[in-house]
Design a protein around this ligand. Structure first.
Ligand SMILES: *Cc1c(COP(=O)(O)O)cnc(C)c1O
Length: 228
């Protein structure tokens, strides 16, 4: 068992070292603590240490935690698959949704968010390795989906999210992240939207993601320990 202040420092140091190596400023990389299947106490502990961006995968679990963490001024990110019957709750209880991968879901989120005072930040999830088992749109569909999303005033398209195939080494990990960055750049220039976000990198591959331009790294186990 590690103390959470130690693991938070370790993760911050990994981000810092990877940023330095890439000639980047570590302040341009947001650490998103992924707390699925972790306790409210652990979230409160990292929040007290200054980590305010929290990612959850399951709606009901997230709502239960949010109800117990109203004092912490957290920014909540939904990062799991979005079911269409959950879009209203997701659009009202989260600041970000990283896992938008089809127009119907975007439209439902947009309608549910319409009477809110701020747009919902969204990322398009792209199935960058074309894996059968993964959510996300095909890379070839990303541009037309991005164009379709920009019609919704209550959504703000920020960029792309990917979960690449697990790979052992940094050199094996980098190409998927590089492909996501290239796709983001293509979409940004084709649409004229400055897409400022690449949500990529998890506990096992954050260095490769930072090397290729990640702006949000989503870290679960390295921060909170293994999930129950
Ligand atoms: C669980 C999860 C993470 C965190 O993964 P770790 O390997 O525990 O860091 C990041 N992103 C998504 C989408 C997840 O579901």
């Amino acid at each position: 068992m590690h103390r959470i202040d130690d693991t938070l420092t370790q993760v911050q140091q990994r981000i810092h070292a990877a940023a330095m190596k890439a000639g980047r400023n570590a302040d341009d990389i947001t650490l998103l603590g992924v707390s699925k299947k972790q306790s409210v106490e652990k979230i409160a502990a990292v929040a007290a240490l200054g980590l305010k961006h929290i990612g959850e995968n399951y709606l009901q679990e997230a709502l239960d935690k949010q109800a117990q963490l109203t004092e912490q001024a957290l920014t909540w990110h939904f990062i799991g698959p979005v079911q269409s019957n959950k879009t209203r709750a997701i659009a009202t209880h989260f600041d970000w949704v990283h896992s938008v991968d089809r127009l119907k879901i975007a439209e439902r989120l947009a309608n549910a968010r319409a009477d809110h005072d701020r747009p919902l930040n969204v990322c398009l999830q792209v199935n960058i390795d074309d894996e059968d088992s993964k959510s996300g749109c095909a890379p070839e569909e990303a541009l037309s989906l991005a164009k379709a999303l920009s019609q919704f005033d209550s959504l703000r398209l920020r960029g792309l999210m990917i979960i690449p195939k697990a790979q052992e080494t940094l050199e094996q990990q980098r190409p998927a992240f590089a492909a996501a960055r290239a796709l983001r750049d293509d979409i940004a220039s084709a649409t004229g939207h400055p897409l400022d976000t690449l949500s990529m990198g998890m506990s096992a591959d954050l260095e490769a993601a930072v090397a290729e331009g990640a702006t949000i790294v989503r870290i679960g186990t390295a921060l909170f320990g293994s999930r129950h």
